[in-house]
Design a protein around this ligand. Sequence first.
Ligand code: SF4
Length: 68
Amino acid sequence: MQRLTVDRAICAGHGLCYGSAPELVDSDEQGDPVIVTEPVPADLAGTARRVVAMCPERALALVEPSPA
Ligand code: SF4
């Protein structure tokens, strides 16, 4: 299953992701996104793709797990 990642170096912190998909992304006390569901369950795969696409900073990504 894929993992959702956030690059905090390029995230602008405006909260579109956790406002739209709180089942996948929460916010910390600074308002920065925190991934809360890993790996992304199959029933949230579409939501994960949508939230990645909506991030204006391209700070979110879906990545394949590393081979064992
Ligand atoms: S939508 Fe993108 S830039 Fe905005 S808070 Fe989420 S990860 Fe950061």
